[in-house]
Design a binder for this molecule. Structure first.
Ligand SMILES: NC(=O)c1ccc[n+]([C@@H]2O[C@H](COP(=O)([O-])OP(=O)(O)OC[C@H]3O[C@@H](n4cnc5c(N)ncnc54)[C@H](OP(=O)(O)O)[C@@H]3O)[C@@H](O)[C@H]2O)c1
Length: 279
């Protein structure tokens, strides 16, 4: 598994991590086994959120006894992101995760509370060691500019955004902004949530051909393409150990320049949308 610095704070984090949205909806044993297999194979970056139902307790079970190996991320809902609310929400997440700290704590999306309030809460959590850093999710460049003005350079660890083969809007402005300011980009829904390209489609065939050339799966190729820039991480969600193992293997897949060009062609970036797409 490849590791790279997560934003400008210097932490080395696995490029491919593990998402947990809806992981509590299926077979719990299989979900815990999937996360554990993923960790064994190097996907130590685990993404969860207070919004994800019972995902946090399930993550607690999966990481029990190996917390120090994990880069653990959770998120506060915008409705809880006040000066006091964010601190209380973090403490609830820590209790559900059975840990004393998060490696990164994110504002799940921008809400009504002033950014300065949320930042003050995040910085307090950093100062008492309950979080090691913080970031944002679904922030477009205007939000990022505002957050930078509030928090100062070097404080925003990451921006978690929708990014998959058929949704490349972040490449227009968000990714360059983050690269310029040392902010990690975390690709959520890297398989398009439930919409991975069909193998029979024209673009799906391009993916398949490249996968076959590497003895890899199309999903491994998709993850390698999405993480081709050194600022980008991806957090696919898998509910079975087999899926987790498949995803982890993408961590050692390197695509050639021609293959990247072929994927770029098959899944074009398209024009810049008026607002940042999100799920
Ligand atoms: N910040 C935000 O607002 C936000 C929004 C959305 C998502 N996220 C985060 O990003 C994570 C990933 O996004 P996502 O859950 O929306 O979707 P995703 O990772 O794009 O896709 C998940 C789907 O892919 C399937 N899958 C995974 N690995 C597979 C494999 N190797 N072979 C075949 N199928 C495979 C999963 O099936 P199985 O479950 O059956 O394995 C599931 O149906 C979330 O879990 C969450 O942590 C954040």
């Amino acid at each position: 598994m490849r590791h790279q610095p997560f934003g400008s704070r210097g932490h080395e984090v696995s490029v491919i991590g593990q998402g947990t949205w809806y992981i509590d909806r299926g077979d719990r044993k299989s979900a815990v086994a999937a996360l554990r297999r993923g960790i064994d194979l190097g996907m130590t970056h685990i993404d969860t959120a207070e919004m994800y139902g019972d995902a946090e307790p399930l993550v607690a079970e999966a990481i029990a006894g190996r917390r120090d190996e994990i880069f653990l991320v959770s998120k506060v809902l915008p409705g809880n992101a006040s000066r006091r609310g964010a601190i209380a929400a973090c403490e609830r997440s820590l209790a559900r995760l059975k840990t004393d700290r998060l490696d990164c704590y994110l504002l799940h999306w921008r809400g009504a509370y002033p950014l300065a309030e949320t930042v003050a809460a995040f910085e307090q959590l950093v100062s008492v060691g309950k979080i090691r850093g913080w970031g944002v999710s679904d922030f477009d460049v205007d939000d990022l500019d505002e957050m930078l003005a509030v928090a100062g350079q070097g404080r925003i660890a990451c921006n978690q955004v929708l990014y998959h083969l058929r949704e490349r809007a972040i490449e227009h402005a968000v990714l360059p902004w983050c690269e310029q300011h040392g902010v990690a980009v975390v690709a959520y829904s890297p398989f398009g949530h439930h919409d991975f390209p069909q193998p029979g489609s024209k673009a799906g065939k391009v993916l398949q051909t490249i996968a076959e050339a590497h003895g890899a799966s199309p999903r491994q190729v998709a993850l390698a393409f999405l993480t081709r820039a050194p600022a980008v991480f991806a957090i696919p969600k898998a509910s079975t150990p087999e899926h987790a193992a498949d995803n982890a293997a993408s961590g050692k897949l390197a695509l050639g320049r021609d293959e990247i060009a072929a994927l770029d062609d098959a899944f074009p970036r398209g024009p810049r949308p008026r607002s940042l797409p999100m799920l």
